[in-house]
Design a binder for this molecule. Structure first.
Ligand SMILES: C[S@@+](CC[C@H](N)C(=O)[O-])C[C@H]1O[C@@H](n2cnc3c(N)ncnc32)[C@H](O)[C@@H]1O
Length: 311
C-alpha cells in the first residue's frame, strides 16, 4: 500500500503515527484484502492515511471514538467544527485560560465531541491525558489567540478529509478493550496494533502495564490473521527488553523517529521505532543487516526525511 500525501488527522495524541504512516503502509502485503483492524486507534492517523476499504477502529478512550462516530453519523461535520471553533476561539481570545477551564469543566460534566476537539487543540502540547476519574486534566496551552482563521481552516479541512474517507470506505468505530477488538479478526484481516509504549506513555485513558503488554502478545499470537505492531526499540539511553522477551520470534524492522508532543525525554532525543510483524515485511528501503536466532530479522532504515513535527 502506498500513501500519496500524508495528512494529519483532526485529533492529536501522544504517540501519533502520522509521519510513520508511509512506513506502516509500505509494510502491508500487496495481497491484503480483508478488514483493517486497529485495537488502539488513537487519533486514527494511520487508517486515515492508509484508507483501507473496510476498517474497524477501536480504542478504550470513549472520547476519540465518540468524535469519529459523530463525524460518521454527520452530527459533527467540517462546517459545525468551523463554526464551533470560531465561536469558542473568540471567547478564548477575550478570556484566555478562564474560558479554556470553563470548557474543560463542562466537558468533564457532560462530554461532547466538539468540546473534545476544542480542548484537544487548545491544551498544552496536544496531550491526551485523563485522571483516574476519567476527567480530562491537561492545562491550557496559554495561547489565547490559538484559533486564528488559518488554524480553524486547517482543522476544518482535516475533518473534511475524514468525512470523505468515511464516504468512500466502510468504517466502524468501537469503544472496546483491545482483547475484544482482536477477537473479532478473521483470516484475511490485518491488525495494526499501536499500544501505549511500555515504560514511556502513561495517562491516555487508564494505565498501560507490563501485564497488558503480555496479554497483547498472547492475543496477537492467537489471532487468525497477519498483524503489524508498533513499539519502541531503543533510544540512546536504553532498550525495550520486550523486543526480545515478547516479540523475539517475529520479524522486526526499525527506523529512527522524533516525536514532538509533550515535554519529556522522548522528545529531546530520537527514538528507534520498531514494527513487529508475523510475516516477512515488504519494504523498498530496508536492507537486512543481521539475522539472529529464530525468525527474527532486524532491519535498520535510514532516518532521512523522518525528522518532522506533527501538523
Ligand atoms: C499510541 S496510542 C495510538 C496512537 C495511534 N496509532 C495514532 O496514530 O494516533 C495508544 C492508544 O491506545 C489506547 N488504549 C490504552 N489502553 C487501551 C486498552 N486497554 N484497550 C484499547 N485501547 C487502549 C489509548 O487510549 C490510545 O489512544
Amino acid at each position: 500500500m502506498n500513501i500519496r500525501k500524508v495528512t494529519a488527522p483532526p485529533i492529536k495524541c501522544q504517540g501519533i503515527k502520522t509521519r510513520l504512516a508511509p512506513w506502516i503502509a509500505g509494510t502491508v502485503p500487496s495481497d491484503f484484502n480483508g478488514a483493517w483492524i486497529e485495537p488502539f486507534m488513537g487519533s486514527g492517523a494511520v487508517a486515515f492515511n492508509i484508507l483501507p476499504k473496510r476498517a474497524m477502529l477501536a480504542d478504550s478512550n470513549p472520547h476519540v471514538v465518540n468524535f469519529y462516530q459523530a463525524v460518521a453519523h454527520g452530527t459533527v461535520s467540517s462546517r459545525s467544527v468551523r463554526s464551533h471553533l470560531i465561536a469558542e476561539g473568540e471567547k478564548l481570545l477575550r478570556s484566555g485560560g478562564e474560558h479554556y477551564y470553563r470548557v474543560r469543566e463542562r466537558f468533564n460534566i457532560a462530554s461532547n465531541p466538539l468540546d473534545f476537539l476544542f480542548l484537544n487543540r487548545a491544551c498544552f502540547n496536544g496531550l491526551m491525558r485523563f485522571n483516574r476519574q476519567g476527567q480530562f486534566n491537561v492545562p491550557f496551552c496559554r495561547k489565547p489567540g490559538r484559533f486564528s482563521p488559518a488554524y480553524v481552516t486547517k482543522i476544518a479541512n482535516q475533518v473534511a478529509k475524514v468525512e470523505k474517507a468515511l464516504k468512500l470506505g466502510c468504517y466502524e468505530f468501537v469503544c472496546a478493550e483491545f482483547q475484544d477488538t482482536i477477537r473479532t479478526a478473521a483470516k484475511d484481516d490485518m491488525i495494526y496494533a499501536d499500544p501505549p509504549y511500555i515504560n514511556r506513555h502513561s495517562d491516555y485513558f487508564g494505565i498501560w502495564s507490563e501485564g497488558q503488554d503480555r496479554q497483547l502478545a498472547t492475543a496477537l499470537a492467537s489471532a487468525p490473521c497477519r498483524f503489524i505492531l508498533s513499539t519502541w526499540h531503543s533510544n540512546q539511553f536504553r532498550r525495550n527488553n520486550h523486543i526480545d522477551t515478547l516479540w523475539g520470534n517475529y520479524f522486526i524492522s526499525t527506523r529512527k523517529h522524533f516525536y514532538h508532543l509533550g515535554a519529556k525525554e522522548e522528545n529531546r532525543n530520537p527514538m528507534i521505532e520498531a514494527l513487529v510483524t508475523n510475516f516477512k515485511p515488504r519494504s523498498t528501503l530496508a536492507q537486512p543487516t543481521r539475522q539472529s536466532t529464530g525468525r527474527q530479522i532486524t532491519i535498520f532504515e535510514s532516518s532521512a526525511g523522518m525528522v518532522a513535527s506533527e501538523g
